[in-house]
Design a protein around this ligand. Structure first.
Ligand code: ADP
Ligand code: MG
Length: 388
């Protein structure tokens, strides 16, 4: 049933806003955001959709269609993290509540609302279902509140919601991509200067996302360890390069000269970051000059680096990439997201994508006895809300 029709099974007011915010996939530039480096995500054609009515009281009444759950909370007591009955707010409601909290802190009104929302972004697969939920509420409040801010500021406020209210230490890439997506384009995003640019993807190429079906619980601690290794590398390299603030500041040539001095494990981590940053720059140049195979080769070397130097891949992700590499029509493949399970991203000739998907799933099942969920996606536009 359409979301508009479902709205009336939960609420009686007349809906006035419709909104939509996409998930994203990162094509290249992994584990470089917290080192000030550039990333290359694309918003995808999987999104959170929302329908909302305005309320005069400062209360949010929400129905999360996919979870089959409802909650209501006061928008003027967000710090308490409780619902109208004084019970702890359910975790899923922290995302919309956190957005209201961050918007209010920036002086932006978040009027009361009744809203239903639903998404076809798989939850917890690394396609940023959480950022899409945040963005869909931000653009909804923008319309209901009668204010306007630029999309970068909105992305930063959503990141603040996730960092400060939900308590997840994420970078800005996910919210950035959901806010700025451009159909048929990748998004070059410099996480230090916040410069960004939409770069046309090759024509007739599909984004095939394959979920390995594996999630590792140690991912948070390993992620923190990787961040610490990068900070340690910067500290040690400052002996030679006092101007160095982050691994973004050191070129592959300088790294070849000074990297030797680092302890082996830290050297491997830093080498991944330094070379991955260079790969993003080369990949953008390849896209701009139509060098499809060069772009694909950069994806494969990015994967090898995440596997061998950064050590965040898994046997299942390596298997998916190895299978993809040998299939007709595959331009490039790599793990996407933080690693330790999750998905691979494959660039595949559109005409060969259906066969590619079938062969990938079959071979993955034969080799691992696991089922890979596969999503055939297109690069899409960013979040938007309209009055209805
Ligand atoms: P992801 O990698 O998909 O962003 P996260 O763990 O960061 O995974 O965020 C997932 C959380 O976001 C869910 O546990 C839920 O709280 C919220 N969320 C995502 N999609 C939905 C949805 N369709 N409906 C309600 N909440 C959602
Ligand atoms: Mg998330």
């Amino acid at each position: 049933m359409e979301l508009d029709a479902l709205f009336y099974s939960h609420f009686s007011a007349k809906p006035v806003v419709k909104a939509c915010a996409p998930g994203r996939v990162n094509l290249l530039g992994e584990h470089v955001d917290y080192n000030g480096g550039p990333v290359l995500p694309a918003a995808i054609d999987r999104a959170v959709n929302l329908v909302a009515a305005a309320q005069t009281e400062p209360i949010a009444r929400l129905f999360a269609q996919d979870l089959g759950m409802a909650t209501a909370f006061r928008l003027d007591q967000l710090e308490k993290k409780v619902d109208l009955d004084g019970q702890p707010l359910p975790k899923w409601a922290y995302y919309p509540a956190g957005v209201a909290w961050a918007l209010q802190a920036a002086g932006l009104p978040t009027p009361g609302l009744e809203a239903i929302y639903s998404s076809d972004i798989p939850i917890g697969s690394g396609l940023s279902s959480s950022a899409a939920v945040e963005m869909v509420f931000a653009v909804t409040w923008e319309v209901l509140g009668g204010w306007q801010i630029d999309r970068m500021q909105m992305a930063r406020l959503c990141q603040k919601a996730e960092n400060g209210y939900v308590g997840v230490n994420c970078g800005l890439m996910d919210q950035f991509a959901s806010a700025h997506g451009v159909a048929e384009h990748a998004l070059y995003f410099d996480t230090r200067s916040l410069y960004w640019e939409a770069v046309p993807l090759m024509p007739a190429v599909a984004l095939v996302i394959a979920d390995s079906g594996v999630r590792h619980s140690l991912s948070t601690s390993a992620y923190n360890e990787r961040r610490a290794a990068c900070e340690q590398a910067v500290k040690l390299l400052q002996q030679y390069l006092p101007e160095l603030h982050s691994l973004r500041d050191i070129s592959p040539v300088e790294f070849a000269a000074y990297g030797e001095s680092l302890p082996p494990e830290i050297r491997k981590r830093a080498e991944h970051v330094v070379k991955e940053i260079a790969r993003v720059e080369s990949a953008v140049a390849a896209l701009k000059t139509g060098k499809k195979q060069s772009f694909g080769a950069l994806m494969y070397s990015g994967h090898a680096s995440l596997r061998d130097l950064y050590e965040v891949s898994t046997a299942e992700l390596d298997t998916l990439v190895a299978i993809a590499h040998d299939l007709p029509g595959c331009i490039g493949a790599r793990l996407t997201g933080a690693g330790f399970g999750g998905c691979t991203i494959n660039l595949v000739e559109e005409s060969q994508a259906p066969d590619f998907i079938q062969s990938l799933q079959q071979a993955y099942h034969e080799k691992t006895e696991r089922k890979a969920q596969v999503y055939l996606c297109k690069a899409s536009n960013g979040a938007e809300a309209t009055r209805i």
